[in-house]
Design a protein around this ligand. Sequence first.
Ligand code: MLT
Length: 411
Amino acid sequence: MSLINENFLELQDSYLFSTIAKKVAEYTKENPDKKIIKLGIGDVTRPIVPACLDAMHKAIDEMGTQEGFKGYGPEQGYEFLRNAIVENDYNQYGIDIKTDEIFVSDGAKCDTGNIVDIFAKDNKVAITDPVYPVYIDTNVMAGRSGKFNKEKEIYENIVYLPVTAENNFIPELPKEKVDIIYLCFPNNPTGTVLTKDELKKWVYYAKENKSVILYDSAYEAFITEDNIPHSIYEIEGAKDVAIEFRSYSKTAGFTGLRCAYVVIPKTVKGFSKTGEEISLNKLWNRRTCTKFNGVSYIVQRAAEATYSKEGKEQIKQNIKYYQENAQIIKNGLEEAGYSVYGGVNSPYIWLKVPDKMTSWEFFDALLNGVNIVGTPGSGFGKHGEGYFRLTAFGTKEDSIEAINRIKKWKN
Ligand code: MLT
């Protein structure tokens, strides 16, 4: 008899974006003539830029030659890409990261989910709320969350850090001691950011408490304002306490190609039960070698091309396109009378739903009323209730059309 991992029984509902996709599929089946605008999941719509396409074509041709053929690559990623990351994403900004501190992967979802493997079950985990559901779910699967308390709508062993309009979407330091802290800035789902001074507090906290910060900066390319850190390593001391996650998904439109990376400085340490310091870089490397055979050569060449002169310029144009969409949505919603957050340093716009409606009621009303799909805030956690997320990753035409429909719907 095979016994299951009963932690999975503690998971709530199905994965958020699968639930939404199912609801939309049902609606479409019943209303085949309606033109639905999808601003739900943060999936990109701009095609892969020419610099990356050229690099992939070249890599494909190489694979067809005896000299150029590649079998298994290094599990951690090819040196050419790891060096390009170090140079372009860190050294250029005065951040000293070394090539062997970079691990190339097939996505930040997998990385932020898999990282729990290297931490003990007994760690106390702090998670902002609302939050990208992967952080919670993977801790539940690993048995670190404790039971779900239905009444309080929380997992008993998780420390929740509310981020709402009441605290300006700035999480407060935990009152109790925590060992692992998830931070995502620019934030998914709220689209809000932390200044350098705010982020400093977390680095100090982690140093004082020997905690590790898991910093998801998948949306850093969308930052427009000064004094907003693109990397946690801009903060002094962060290299001792933080692991950073980056992705080409939103930056370069790789949601379908799949490529991301994790930075684990050698100075970030965890502890054994006997108090011995252990390098997390070493543990992650061990895990990677056992469970992963690397991202395809072709895709890594495409990722490398994002750092070429042409690649950078072309990607900048795509980001600008989404930033303009964010402006269109944000301004349009404000004109329609909504309270709106995010959208300035982020492709996500977070709005307060009209009085007395729940996030899911607003989801249904928007879908049925004006055929627009968004993401209910409560799907990201209890403190997301009463909020709703729209993404700027649609087309410009859809963003404009969505706002026109919402304005008419309101009036
Ligand atoms: C989101 O919509 O929150 C993201 O696209 C999900 C993801 O990156 O996996």
